[in-house]
Write a protein that binds this ligand. Sequence first.
Ligand SMILES: NC(=O)c1ccc[n+]([C@@H]2O[C@H](COP(=O)([O-])OP(=O)(O)OC[C@H]3O[C@@H](n4cnc5c(N)ncnc54)[C@H](OP(=O)(O)O)[C@@H]3O)[C@@H](O)[C@H]2O)c1
Length: 315
Amino acid sequence: MIVSPVFVAGHGGMVGSAVCRRLATMPDIEVMTRSRGELDLCEESQVNDFFSKNRPATVIFASAKVGGIHANKTFPVEFLTDNLRQELATVHASFRNGVGRFLFLGSTCIYPRLAKQPIKEDELLASPLEQTNEAYAIAKIAGLKLCQYFRQQYGVLYHSAMPTNLYGPGDNYHPDHSHVLPGMIRRIHEAKERGDASVTIWGTGTPLREFLHVDDLADAILHLCHLDSPPDWVNVGTSLDVSIFELARLVAKTIGFQGEIRTDPSKPDGTPRKLTDTTLIRSTGWEPKIELEQGIVSTYQCFLKEQDSGKLRSK
Ligand SMILES: NC(=O)c1ccc[n+]([C@@H]2O[C@H](COP(=O)([O-])OP(=O)(O)OC[C@H]3O[C@@H](n4cnc5c(N)ncnc54)[C@H](OP(=O)(O)O)[C@@H]3O)[C@@H](O)[C@H]2O)c1
């Protein structure tokens, strides 16, 4: 059972807003949100003040300093420090103020660089991390472990979800720094608008990747918050993968781009396959509902709406 009131940290982000949309369908739940201007989660005194005055019963922690490879490589100090500060402040303030359930957001990108595929939960910390986002991964692993230790030492239900690559409403469409799927939606949309005869995707198009609609993640988060004995951390994904070329084909079909899709093998491919094993979460009774093709259609509609209303995220 989800105990109200629920504080959704990072409610303005892609994950936080999906969780809030889902909670809004649950009439008995009071949801608390604060913008960064009202509550900077890195500031311990502000966090303590917020928790002691407002006393949430449940916390869903969807706040983080996130960024692409370039930002992660250039600013490791900020990625480590900002994430550690907000996790430490929020988990400790939660415990001191009687929060019984804390759901922390990890990510499959914090598994080791050469994790065995499909990735099972016990791959965490089993071998060296990916260098490009090491600082972010260390901070996230610390947050996840802090939740595990609080649960182990004090018996509170603090636990984590490890989502795969996400997409959906509120995604970031920065031309250079966005994730693969929103980046493709933007580039293929712009190619269609310009009437280009072709569009080029990076690499050979052969790497296989997995994508989960953020509304499915929100559903999984609330499912996990209902469990009396959830896993300390659990993968959330589809366990289905698609090649980058096939993904581009699906996006082009959705957008109505009829030009040629070209590959550029001179650009790096990254790891050939990244897939999560979702046996554990499925064993608790959850499974994803939104198929990729259908999810891309609805996400493209959101992209157009966000663009028309001037709310497209592109930073
Ligand atoms: N997106 C994915 O594909 C993906 C995949 C796996 C896991 N995840 C995990 O899911 C979580 C949320 O990701 P997301 O994609 O939703 O990120 P996002 O869209 O960037 O949202 C992050 C939110 O956190 C807020 N925030 C950051 N620092 C803050 C601070 N110091 N004080 C208050 N608020 C702060 C941001 O506020 P501002 O708007 O003010 O910056 C934003 O609302 C992260 O832990 C991420 O690792 C994401």
